[in-house]
Design a protein around this ligand. Structure first.
Ligand SMILES: Nc1ncnc2c1ncn2[C@@H]1O[C@H](COP(=O)(O)OP(=O)(O)O)[C@@H](O)[C@H]1O
Ligand SMILES: [Mg+2]
Length: 230
């Protein structure tokens, strides 16, 4: 199936090959336009063979990502070397952490498949349009959202998982509910990574204070609830 020329130039040969593998394996249809670009990734819209909308996250084979990810991979306990392998490992970890969060009942796109530097997941939005980031669309119930997001941090934390980059940029407002995306910086909770958990809590507390929420749970209480030993 011919792919739109407009997308070809953004991908390197290896990534094009990987996309072709997913297409020819029948896991995704044609990539239908970018829905988002981050520092180290592109998100595309596509459909699976059942016509279900999917998002395809493509981790770029990019030198900046290559430099930045060793810290995360070390915290995750792997020491892969080599450009492509490192980015593949990084992608696999993101998929694994997001899958764990999803299985805990956290509202996050359901991850369907990981292949090399690509993740196929549930599309959060409709008719080719992503749900807006919560930083841009604050039309939601502040108290319910706070409880839901803090509840997610606590649920994940108790199971030893930290999102690591939680902010209104990585939360989509979909059908009035907060969907947590982007587990690319997720790590396991240890004494070494406790600071990341604290940062997530502080980001969320500061954001809701700015939104005008009057009762914010103290970060120390939350840390204590997650793990008495922290
Ligand atoms: N599952 C998804 N469904 C719909 N849109 C998505 C999905 N995942 C990501 N996006 C869009 O792509 C953007 C970047 O995704 P993100 O995972 O945060 O990438 P990065 O790691 O580059 O920050 C998001 O802000 C959102 O607009
Ligand atoms: Mg992001």
């Amino acid at each position: 199936m011919p792919r739109s020329k407009t997308f070809e130039h953004v991908f390197d040969e290896k990534t094009l090959f990987n996309i072709h593998k997913l297409e020819s394996g029948g896991y995704i249809g044609k990539l239908l336009g970018p829905v988002g670009t981050g520092k180290e990734s592109y998100i595309f819209y596509s459909t699976d063979p059942n016509g279900r909308e999917v998002a395809v996250k493509v981790h770029r084979h990019d030198i900046n990502a290559f430099k930045r990810i060793p810290t995360y991979l070390r915290l995750r306990g792997t020491r892969s070397s080599g450009f492509i392998k490192r980015i593949n490992d990084w992608t696999r970890y993101e998929f694994a952490f997001q899958s764990r969060a999803f299985s805990m009942g956290i509202k996050t796109p359901e991850p369907y498949r990981v292949y090399e530097n690509l993740i196929v997941m549930q599309f959060i939005g409709g008719d080719c349009v992503s749900a807006p980031q919560a930083i841009r669309d604050t039309d939601f119930d502040i108290n319910a959202w706070y409880d839901e997001i803090i509840g997610s941090i606590v649920t994940m934390g108790k199971k030893g998982l930290i999102h690591g980059d939680l902010s209104p940029y990585n939360i989509l407002n979909y059908q009035g509910k907060p969907y947590i995306i982007d587990f690319s910086q997720a790590v396991k909770l240890t004494s070494l990574t406790k600071g990341y958990l604290l940062r997530d809590i502080r980001n969320i507390n500061a954001w809701f204070e700015k939104l005008g929420k009057s009762t914010i749970t103290d970060e120390k209480d939350l840390l204590g609830e997650i793990d008495q030993t922290l």
